[in-house]
Design a protein around this ligand. Sequence first.
Ligand code: NAG
Ligand code: NAG
Ligand code: NAG
Ligand code: NAG
Ligand code: NAG
Ligand code: NAG
Ligand code: NAG
Ligand code: NAG
Ligand code: NAG
Ligand code: NAG
Ligand code: NAG
Ligand code: NAG
Length: 490
Amino acid sequence: MTTTPSPAFLCLIIITLLVLSPPHQSHPDTSAALSVRDFGAIGDGRHYDTAAIQSAIDACASRSRGRRRSTTITNGVAPSPCHVTFPRGDYLTATVHLKSGVVLDIGEGARVLGGTRMEDYPKESARWYVVVAENVGDVGITGGGVVDGQGMAFVERLEEKKNVMVSWNKTGDCTGDECRPRLVGFIGSTNVRVWNITLNQPAYWCLHIVRCVNTSIHDVSIYGDFNTPNNDGIDIEDSNNTVITRCHIDTGDDAICPKTYTGPLYNLTATNCWIRTKSAAIKLGSASLFDFKYLVFDNITIVDSHRGLGFQIRDGGNVSDIVFSNINISTRYYDPSWWGRAEPIYVTNCPRNSSSRVGSVSNLTFINITANSENGVFLSGTKRGLLTNLKFINMNLTYRRWTNYVGGLVDYRPGCQGLVNHSAAGIIMEHIEGFQVENVNMRWSSYQNEQWDNPLDFRPSTVDDISFLNFHSGYTTNERVTETAQESVI
Ligand SMILES: *[C@@H]1O[C@H](CO)[C@@H](O)[C@H](O)[C@H]1NC(C)=O
Ligand SMILES: *[C@@H]1O[C@H](CO)[C@@H](O)[C@H](O)[C@H]1NC(C)=O
Ligand SMILES: *[C@@H]1O[C@H](CO)[C@@H](O)[C@H](O)[C@H]1NC(C)=O
Ligand SMILES: *[C@@H]1O[C@H](CO)[C@@H](O)[C@H](O)[C@H]1NC(C)=O
Ligand SMILES: *[C@@H]1O[C@H](CO)[C@@H](O)[C@H](O)[C@H]1NC(C)=O
Ligand SMILES: *[C@@H]1O[C@H](CO)[C@@H](O)[C@H](O)[C@H]1NC(C)=O
Ligand SMILES: *[C@@H]1O[C@H](CO)[C@@H](O)[C@H](O)[C@H]1NC(C)=O
Ligand SMILES: *[C@@H]1O[C@H](CO)[C@@H](O)[C@H](O)[C@H]1NC(C)=O
Ligand SMILES: *[C@@H]1O[C@H](CO)[C@@H](O)[C@H](O)[C@H]1NC(C)=O
Ligand SMILES: *[C@@H]1O[C@H](CO)[C@@H](O)[C@H](O)[C@H]1NC(C)=O
Ligand SMILES: *[C@@H]1O[C@H](CO)[C@@H](O)[C@H](O)[C@H]1NC(C)=O
Ligand SMILES: *[C@@H]1O[C@H](CO)[C@@H](O)[C@H](O)[C@H]1NC(C)=O
C-alpha cells in the first residue's frame, strides 16, 4: 500500500503552484526606467542619497499612473511597472517609500545601504525599514544587486553565543531590547514581487510581508550574521497567497517564519530552498493569534540548524492542512540562549501565558523527509488542545551526537514550562490524537555520550490512536562496522 496526502490536498498544491509560479523566462522589457543618478544620487556610500532615490520613485510612480490610465483605456491590460534603476555604486539611504507600479531595479555591483542612525527612520517604529511599501500594488525589487542593512553597526558587543545589540528604546515608541530597523517591508499591498536580489545583514528582521495578497519571492539570497539575534530571513504575517521559491537563507534567527497578529494566513508555498540558521529553518509562530491554513513546504535543504520544521503556536490561532515534503534536515545543538534543541521536527501549542487561548493543530503531513540530528522529534499538544491527525510517511531519521552541548532538555520556550529536563528520545509525544507512522526508519549511532536509548516516548493516557506501519529502528550500518572494529581492538 502506498500512502500520499489526500487528492484534494495535492490538488491545492498544484493549483497554488500554477496560480503563483514565477515566470521562468523574462519577457521583453517594455517598461519605463529612471536612473537614480539622473535624480542626483552620488552612490559613494558616504553621502545620503535618500532624496534622489525618493524623487526617482515618485517620478516613476506618476509615470506608471499615466501609463496605467492610457493602457487601461486602450486595451485593459496592466502595463509593466516603471523601474527605478541603480547603476553600480553604494547608495546610502534613510527610509525610502516604494509606490504603486514601481520596481526598484538594483543592478549588479549596486548596493543600497541602510542608514544606521535613528534619525534615518520614521518616528513610528512600525515603519522602521530601509525600504518600505505601504498600501500599494504592483511593486517589486530586483536587479541582481544588494540591499544591505549594515547590521554589524548595531552590534553593541560581539559575542560568540549571541551578540548584544543596540536597542532604540529611549523615545518610548518602541520598548524592550528589539528596537532596530527591519530591512525591507511590504505592508497591506498586493501583487508584490521580490526576485533576483541579495538581502544582506539586516539589523533586525530582513524581508517582512504584512497583510499582503499575491506575493512572489523567488531567486532571493539572504545573509545575516550567524551570531546576531532577531535577524529573521522572511517573516510572512497575516498574508494570503504567498509563493517563495529558489531561496537561499543563511542567518542567525528563524529563516522562513509565518506569523499571525491581526488576521489569518492562507496559502503559503515555499519550495526549492536552502537554509542554515542558528534558530528554526521553518517556524510557524510564535505570534499566532489567528489561523494558519494551506501551507506547503517542498524540496528544501536544511543544514546545521538549531531546529528544522517548527510550530510554536502560543496564542489561540488554529493550524491545519500543512504539508512538508522532500526535505533534508540536519540539526545540531547550539547555545541554549537560542530557542531550539536540535529537533528536526518540533510541534507545540502550549499557551504563552495563563490567559492565552489554546489553538488547535491538525492535519499535518510530513512525507519524504530525511534527518540527521543530535536530538529527536518533539510533538507536544496540551490537555486543552490536542495535536490531531499527524502523518509521518517515508522518513529516515538518523540520530547521532557530534557537538559537546548537553542534551536531555526539552524546550517549550517562549513561555510554557521553558527548558525542562527530560531524557532524549527518537520521538517524544504528548497530548496527541491520531498519529500515523508509515515507512519510517530510525537509525542510531551506536556510540552515545548520554542516556539516549528510547526510540518512542509516550504515555497512552495522553496519546491516543497511533499506528505504525513498516516502522524500523536499528543501528546505522557504517557505525556498526566501526563499533565491531573498536571492540576487536579492545
Ligand atoms: C487559496 O488558494 C485557493 C486555491 O488557489 C483559492 O481557491 C483560495 O481562494 C485561496 N484562499 C485565499 C484566502 O486567498
Ligand atoms: C539577475 O540580475 C542579473 C544582473 O542584472 C542579470 O544578469 C540576470 O539575468 C538576472 N537573473 C534573472 C534570473 O533574472
Ligand atoms: C533598552 O534596551 C536595552 C538593551 O539594549 C535593555 O537592556 C533595556 O532594558 C531596554 N529599555 C527599555 C526601557 O526597554
Ligand atoms: C486572507 O483570507 C482570509 C480568508 O478569506 C481573509 O479573512 C483575510 O482577510 C485575507 N487577508 C488579506 C490580507 O486579505
Ligand atoms: C490575486 O491573484 C489572483 C489570481 O491571479 C487574482 O484572481 C486576485 O484578484 C488577486 N488579488 C488581488 C487582491 O490582487
Ligand atoms: C529542488 O531544489 C533545488 C534547489 O535547491 C533544485 O536545484 C532542484 O531542481 C529542485 N528539485 C525539484 C524536483 O524541483
Ligand atoms: C480556533 O477554533 C476554535 C474552535 O473551533 C474557535 O473557537 C476559535 O475561535 C478559533 N480561533 C481563531 C483565532 O479563530
Ligand atoms: C536529499 O538527499 C538525497 C540523498 O542525498 C538527495 O538525493 C536529495 O536530492 C536531497 N533532497 C533535498 C531536498 O535536499
Ligand atoms: C498573554 O498572551 C496573550 C497572547 O496570547 C497576550 O494578549 C496577553 O497580553 C498576555 N498576557 C500577559 C499577562 O502577558
Ligand atoms: C482534517 O482533514 C480531515 C480529512 O482528512 C477533514 O475532515 C477535517 O475537517 C480536517 N480538519 C481541519 C481542522 O481542517
Ligand atoms: C530512506 O533510506 C532508504 C535506504 O535505506 C532509501 O531507500 C529511501 O529512499 C530513503 N527515504 C527517504 C525519504 O530519504
Ligand atoms: C515521495 O518520494 C517518492 C519517491 O521518491 C515520490 O515518488 C513521491 O512523489 C514523493 N511524494 C511527494 C508528496 O513528493
